[in-house]
Design a protein around this ligand. Sequence first.
Ligand code: ZN
Ligand code: ZN
Length: 362
Amino acid sequence: MTARALVLVAPTRLEEREFPLPAIGDADGLLRVEAAGICGTDVQQYRGRLGGVPCVTPVIPGHEIVGRVERAGADALLRWGVAIGDRVLVEEVLRCGDCSACATGARGCERMRVYGLTVTIDEPPGLWGGYSTHLYLAPTVDLHRVPDGVEPAVAVLAMPVANGLRWAGALPGTPPGASVVILGPGQQGLGCAVGALVAGAGTVIVVGRAIDHRRLEMARELGAHHTVDADATDPVAAVRELCHGSGADVVIDATAEAVKAVTQAIDMCATGGTVVLAGLKGSAPIPGLVSDTIVLKGLRILGAGGHDHASVDAALRLLASGRFPLERMATHAYPLAEAEHALRVVAREVKGEKPIHVSLIP
Ligand SMILES: [Zn+2]
Ligand SMILES: [Zn+2]
């Protein structure tokens, strides 16, 4: 038996390779991959640079991974809290297991690695990414059991939904009835719209651009009260008007690379409000940032970071509950052989396609 995988050998060069299936001991395991979600990070990785830094190669990409536990040792199953055959979502961050942060379970493992991004195929057994029929489950992996009835391409949405639950709910402490604005209607932004609604927000406004037409429609289908096309109207003025002149209680910047969104977020936030910065800008400075506005309005500015284990489990329960039509976000699925086309769809380079979330089905 062998695994079939796509290896990014150099920027924009994906090659199909076969790998022998590894021997599994007491503490590790093997996953039969059912879906590998593709996000903007995958596109940047494919092109060769992530956050201004060259990507590691040769790597099997794919960090949003769902599959069934095919083989695992008894110790591993006990530690992970799963059984053979269970459908699981893989936490992409692999902790080292023995630094000071790992000892206490805190964030910031000193030697953390990331499935699909930082471990090369040269490290045995090579199967460190989701664009593959099989994934190696290292002893320190963190798995989430997927509730019955949640399809693989929908289960991968648990990560953006988990981010949204945290960024639009717990992190800013969104109180019931609050007004929440989300800049950027990508999968993270749509996750934030759901997170704001779960927190009990009274007004949820999602801001996008003309190209985001389908995504803004999706935001309304999920329950957002208003959407704003920033190409057609000034988003700051539009938000102020929708919030009766005062601005929003919570503003989340979930845009990738749009530096202007940061100053817009600050400008549309109400006095005493909270701005959550969640979108990475490739280390770019923010032109026109006037810090006096933050001081005079008494704003809280928070960096979003990622999700935690509990918010991913909550997201999976939410997906299973059917409370929001989140499965509609899973718009495209492709076999491994069409990965390059799938990446172009995610990059919105394929005319006529309106992707929200795209998966590979190996
Ligand atoms: Zn991702
Ligand atoms: Zn560690």
